[in-house]
Design a protein. Structure first.
Ligand code: ARG
Length: 392
């Protein structure tokens, strides 16, 4: 269990007596952390990068420190950096570019392309196993709106103004639904109990102050101001406000055709775009997100599956994570990113790449990865299909 560290306190350790960024202190901290785990943020903080940082203005050096605060504060970071504003990807490209390339496994020149042409009827899960008939399928895209800071550097006022701007959008974009705010005193404010009910249904995000990556980087600052969730009347479409990105646009569909969840998500995204919001987009990296892991499409698509054999009754979730990684997939528990799996090895499986692939390829990779993963689950069950793929 980590203690909760907030950015403004944590960053003081990297300043000199005059309040300027002290690069030697940062270097020493990365060296210390490297003995435990080398995050990408650590790996790419090279002597050449340090030289470049020395040439930046004082205020950009402060920004550069902000970018690294998540990694500097957590010995379990795998990436450890978050952008604080869209321009960070250009101002600090000497540091972020190689890191992005390594995470997304990009070689050579890449320009992000978008393609939502995803066939319905092709990526059907019952083709993998006839019992995968009613599966919880989820897809989301991360988005930030042009002209606003990214969540790590928004102040309370900006968070609240952003929430209110979105409330206006929800009133105009034509899909019936309701907004639920976590902001104290907001006209759509919900109670803690109502928030917990939405969490139990896996709709609403967790209290962000329980995640040290989010607190130490500033993403969770001013919690719970400017945070909330819009939910469509039929409860298949959702929009998170003020989590790791300004917006997480989500669709959850029960069924077996991956193309259908894409269709639902794309309809929602188009609805928002029609309202006139312009998303922050980079000419090379595509969609701009707070965490470099989401750049490109910003799309994560997953299914909830049970893998009781690979995980040995949920006791060896590490094994499932390893197997998934070898297939270009990521396995998480059902309660979000750092949650555990249950006795049946219930996991949320998604492709890890979001940049250098199109939205359509993310779906294809999920489907093709699942074919192999279920194959391995059958093997782990000694070849007996009846013992696998316990259906939700
Ligand atoms: N939600 C995310 N952006 N996850 C990916 C990285 C999370 C965290 N900053 C780390 O480095 O481990």
């Amino acid at each position: 269990m980590h203690t909760c560290v907030f950015k403004n306190d944590a960053r003081k350790a990297y300043l000199d007596a005059d309040g300027k960024v002290d690069l030697a202190k940062i270097q020493a901290r990365w060296t210390e952390l490297g003995k435990i785990k080398v995050s990408l943020g650590n790996k790419y903080f090279t002597p050449a990068v340090v030289e470049k940082v020395k040439g930046l203005s004082d205020s950009d050096q402060q920004r550069f420190l902000d970018v690294m605060m998540g990694g500097l504060s957590n010995d379990d970071s795998s990436v450890g950096v978050y952008a604080t504003r869209p321009e960070d990807y250009d101002v600090f490209s000497f540091y972020l570019e190689p890191l992005i390339r390594e995470y997304h496994k990009i070689e050579g020149q890449t320009k992000q392309e978008h393609d939502w042409n995803i066939p319905v009827g092709e990526y059907v899960l019952t083709k993998i196993d006839s019992r995968l008939e009613k599966v919880s399928m989820r897809a989301r895209v991360a988005r930030n709106v042009k002209g606003w800071n990214l969540p790590p550097s928004m102040d309370k006022d900006e968070r609240i103004r952003f929430e209110n701007k979105m409330v206006e959008v929800f009133g105009s974009f034509g899909i019936p639904g309701k907004y639920h705010s976590l902001t104290p005193g907001h006209k759509n404010e919900i109670t803690n109990q109502q928030a917990d009910e939405l969490r139990n249904k896996h709709f609403l995000f967790n209290d962000m102050t329980t995640d040290n990556h989010l607190t130490s980087s500033g993403v969770a600052s001013d919690w719970p101001h400017g945070r909330g969730i819009w939910i469509s009347e039929d409860e298949t479409k959702m929009i998170w406000i003020g989590e790791e990105d300004q917006l997480r646009i989500i669709s959850i569909v029960q069924g077996n055709d991956l193309g259908k969840v894409d269709q639902s998500l794309h309809d929602l995204l188009n609805g928002i775009e029609r309202s006139g919001l312009e998303f922050a987009e980079h000419p090379i990296y595509g969609v701009i997100t707070t965490c470099p892991t989401n750049m490109g499409t910003g799309k994560r698509q997953s299914i909830l599956g049970k893998f009781p054999n690979i995980t040995k009754g949920g006791t060896d979730e590490k094994k499932l994570k390893e197997v998934a990684r070898s297939l270009g997939l990521q396995a998480r528990g059902v309660g979000g990113e750092h949650s555990n799996m249950d006795k049946e090895g219930t996991a949320d499986i998604s492709p890890s790449a979001r940049f250098g692939v199109t939205e359509a390829i993310v779906t294809k990779r999920l489907f093709e990865g699942l074919i192999k993963l279920y194959d391995m689950e059958v093997q782990a069950a000694g070849g007996n299909r009846q013992n696998c793929c316990i259906i939700y």
